[in-house]
Design a protein around this ligand. Structure first.
Ligand code: FMN
Length: 324
């Protein structure tokens, strides 16, 4: 058993929170993570109200939290109210100043987790009264400022929290896929980890089999940070956010050619939409972190969490893990 301030505060068996991953983190995945001893989060992403209402209903009677993209939530703040009515285990805010929503979340007695990727954002989240800081490195799957690596950001944020807000917990996000990397996060002073890519490749994640197959064959070298899909989808991500995804034909065509992409947006959007409708991942995006190379099998959530925790325990007790 790995006991940390996170497992005590949230009554968990493992110091693991699942990332709120667009589409993949529905009620089924979140509930499976909670049932396996971690804390599961539903990913509200860009705020599809009907989808979110359905998933909250499916998650009724399970202890799960909900993650929002902060700048997107600001376009429809009523979504937060909808989620708060379900007494979530936590509200998780990424990508934007949390101050506008923080007081309300905390006044409802719900723990507030804020994902940050720079020390300046960590200060902002502490000012807003975050209960948990999630320090996200550049290696993470999905959007990030990409400013820092997990390996250096986590200890910086741990030290900042110790000085400014000692009650605030810190999680590592970006690259935590197995026992070694979970042990590393704890060794850097984190109270646990936010895990995305590894749980995206789980039996319970809402992911097309063809996407899983591509990810299993990929290495970290096959990922890159890009704005191409945000341009095509017309998502107004503020600078300097970009998303880490797997390289594919669509990106080979448009990455570093964003000017031409904008000039040919109608045709590019058509290609993207057709690819997405047909699970064709030469055109549709697969979001994955650099640690995708360490993910070689789609496994049930319970197996993933048990292995991560027990291997981390072994590593922290001085034995190395070798899997052949
Ligand atoms: C498939 C996928 C989708 C993601 N979607 C979101 C999202 O909708 N909202 C969010 O806050 N973070 C999202 N993220 C980023 C995670 O919050 C987290 O930072 C990341 O998964 C941690 O790194 P890892 O993928 O190496 O575990 C996503 C990550 C992945 C892999």
């Amino acid at each position: 058993m790995l006991r940390t301030r996170l497992t005590s505060a949230f009554h968990l068996r493992h110091p693991i929170v699942s990332a709120p991953m667009i589409q993949a983190s529905d009620a089924r995945l979140a509930a499976a993570v909670t049932a396996a001893g971690g804390l599961g989060l539903i990913g509200a992403a860009y705020g599809d109200r009907r989808w979110l209402a359905r998933e909250l209903k499916r998650a009724a009677n399970t202890r799960v939290g909900c993650g929002f993209i902060t700048w997107s939530l600001a376009r429809d703040p009523g979504l937060l109210e909808m989620v708060l009515q379900h007494q979530p285990a936590a509200i998780f805010l990424s990508f934007g100043d949390p101050v506008r929503f923080a007081d309300h979340v905390r006044a409802c007695g719900i723990p507030l987790m804020c994902q940050i990727s720079t020390l300046a954002q960590a200060h902002q989240a502490i000012d807003a009264g975050a209960d948990v800081l999630v320090a996200q490195g550049n290696e993470a799957g999905g959007h990030s400022t990409g400013a820092r690596s997990t390996f250096t950001l986590v200890p910086d944020v741990v030290d900042l929290a110790t000085t400014r807000a000692p009650q605030t917990l810190v999680l590592a996000a970006g690259g935590v896929v197995d026992g070694r990397t979970l042990a590393a996060a704890l060794a850097l002073g984190a109270d646990g980890a936010l895990v995305g890519t590894r749980l995206w490749a789980s039996t319970e994640a809402a992911v097309a089999p063809a996407a899983h197959a591509r990810a299993l064959a990929a290495t970290g070298d096959d990922t890159l940070r890009t704005s191409v899909y945000d341009i095509v989808r017309d998502y107004p991500w503020p600078a300097p956010y970009t998303a880490r995804v797997l390289r594919n034909d669509f990106l080979d065509q448009w990455q570093d050619h964003e000017y031409e992409l904008r000039a040919n947006i109608t045709q590019a959007r058509h290609t993207y939409q057709r690819a997405t409708a047909h699970d064709d991942f030469d055109g549709a995006p697969i979001i994955a972190g650099e640690a995708v190379g360490q993910v070689n099998e789609v496994l049930p959530v319970a197996t993933i969490l048990e292995r991560m925790a027990s291997d981390a325990h072994t590593v922290l007790n001085g034995d190395r893990i070798r899997r052949g």
